[in-house]
Design a protein around this ligand. Structure first.
Ligand code: PAF
Length: 204
């Protein structure tokens, strides 16, 4: 399985591998992969010639440095999990420097106010960070189709808004929520819950 850690190498590889009739399916993630991610990857594999999965914990979408520090980072395990599905998936796991160079900052987007509702109300700047990294990744991978979980409903609306406003040539495909046996939506952050809070969270 190919794993790239530099955007220039990935871009060169994709330029030589793709032709007009091929499609690139892209699944952006922050790692700590679970079955929800796996279903996005399977969807991309089924419907595209090439599938790229990015694993990058994006610092600009965290408005709390402790949260960023504690975010689970499990790259080796993630690669093993992907390999079990298909060794044809291309993994892109860059460093912060490779993506942001010396300026680890968000671009300011106009999402028509969606960014100030719900989650955005409690995480100022979060969706600018999401828009910034997703746009950067789209520029690197140049996908035809990009897959996002419907679990992050607001994020999905933000991405759709960005794609429409910036006239980006990519289809955004929202994929169904996958749940644990107690009903809790699968999420990388569930790893940070204790047994007790994981049970309680199922009420949501
Ligand atoms: O949903 C996520 O995991 C992240 O917000 C994303 C889309 C990969 C951007 O960092």
């Amino acid at each position: 399985m190919l794993v790239f850690s530099q955007k220039s190498k990935l871009t060169t590889y994709l330029t030589f591998q793709t032709s007009e009739h091929m499609t690139i399916g892209f699944v952006p993630t922050m790692g700590a992969l679970h079955s929800g991610h796996m279903s996005l990857i399977k969807n991309a594999l089924k419907n595209n010639t090439i599938t790229v999965v990015s694993i990058f914990v994006n610092p600009t979408q965290f408005n709390n440095s402790d949260d960023l520090k504690k975010y689970p980072r499990t790259l080796e395990k993630d690669i093993e999990k992907i390999k079990k599905i298909s060794d044809k998936v291309i993994v892109f796991a860059p460093s912060v420097e490779d993506i942001y160079d010396k300026s680890v900052k968000s671009v300011s987007f106009d999402f028509d106010g969606i960014e100030n509702q719900m989650e955005g109300k409690h995480r100022p700047g979060h969706f600018d960070g999401v828009g910034t990294i997703v746009k950067k990744l789209f520029e690197i991978v140049k996908p035809n189709n990009a897959y996002f979980g419907e679990k992050d409903f607001q994020q999905l609306q933000i991405i759709n808004k960005m794609v429409a406003k910036e006239n980006l040539k990519v289809n955004i495909i929202g994929c169904k929520i996958l749940r644990e046996s107690n009903g809790l939506a699968m999420s990388s952050r569930n790893e940070r819950l204790s047994k007790e809070t994981r049970e309680k969270a199922a009420m949501i």
